[in-house]
Ligand binder design. Structure first.
Ligand SMILES: Nc1ncnc2c1ncn2[C@@H]1O[C@H](COP(=O)(O)OP(=O)(O)OP(=O)(O)O)[C@@H](O)[C@H]1O
Length: 266
């Protein structure tokens, strides 16, 4: 069976080398320098408009940074169809395709149909606990299930790095908890490298091995905080994680308020 069984099997390190980016001359990101070792989830937090999604697009190659570079070093995992793949807030599923049809789409792009494609689909559906729903259409699924389909689709290409842009923001609090458990379970069974953008500090302390805090626009790297507990040992309400969340909010509060005011003033 293809797949990752440990960090050594997803050997691509990601380096953000002094990235600076502007839109119409306006600086959005300033000199972002970060290392994301294979098998680690890095969460990115920061005030609204500080450039988190832009940074993810630069990492994914959807845009090129004005200065600096994104580098990936090492070999892609076995069976990797795309080194980088996205999971978006709005799921981005094709409504007329079934669950398996949405997943097979990314495989068809690589000419992978037939038995091999079937194997991959069965594997990712099992990993995301969706095996019983392969013939369902997106409209028949809850928000949480739709996002699990999107995660299954991302896993199907066996990426070296998963880029997650506010993947749980459209979901209610209880579903978010369940999906966080799912993501931790997925990572624990087969570690993946992830860059996870979120507004939600509870998600960051639950899912990040490290958390990068960006300043208000132009986003600069203010601090990178290590979360000192194994992912699988983290629980909602853990006092240590709550204290870390407070610390993060302390770092961001004034700038978040200023960013909020700035948006109102536009
Ligand atoms: N394609 C674009 N063209 C021009 N300006 C853009 C473009 N994309 C983003 N911006 C601007 O760049 C800044 C950073 O946007 P970005 O969406 O990356 O921030 P963010 O931190 O993800 O925001 P939020 O937390 O609100 O989702 C914002 O001021 C935004 O309006």
């Amino acid at each position: 069976m293809r797949g990752l069984s440990g960090p050594r099997d997803c050997p691509m390190d990601l380096t953000l080398d002094h990235i600076t980016h502007r839109y119409s001359g306006m600086p959005v990101l300033q000199d972002i320098d970060l290392q994301i070792p294979a098998g680690e989830i890095l969460c990115i937090v920061g005030p609204s408009g500080c450039g988190k999604s832009t940074l993810l697009r630069l990492i994914g190659g959807l845009e090129r940074p004005d200065e600096g570079a994104v580098r990936m070093a090492g070999a892609a995992p076995e069976g990797c169809l795309n080194p980088l793949t996205y999971v978006f807030q709005d799921f981005a599923l094709l409504p007329w395709r079934t669950v398996e049809g949405n997943i097979s789409l990314v495989l068809e792009d690589h000419g992978l149909g037939g038995r091999k494609g079937e194997e991959i689909i069965a594997d990712v559906l099992a990993r995301t606990r969706l095996s019983g729903f392969r013939k369902a259409l997106p409209r028949q699924l809850s928000g949480g299930m739709k996002q699990r389909v999107a995660i299954a689709r991302a896993l199907a290409v066996n990426p070296a790095v998963m880029l997650l842009d506010e993947p749980l923001s459209a979901l209610d609090a209880q579903t978010r908890e369940l999906l966080m458990d799912d993501l931790v379970g997925l990572w624990t069974r087969q570690p993946f490298t992830g860059v996870y953008v979120t507004h939600n500090l509870a998600e960051a302390v639950r899912l990040g091995h490290r958390i990068a805090v960006l300043s208000r626009r132009p986003g600069r790297l203010r601090e990178v905080i290590e979360v000192p507990r194994a992912l699988e040992d983290r629980r909602a309400g853990d006092p240590e994680l709550e204290a870390l969340q407070e610390r993060l909010w302390g770092l961001m509060r004034d700038e978040a308020m200023a960013a909020d005011q700035e948006l109102v003033d536009v």
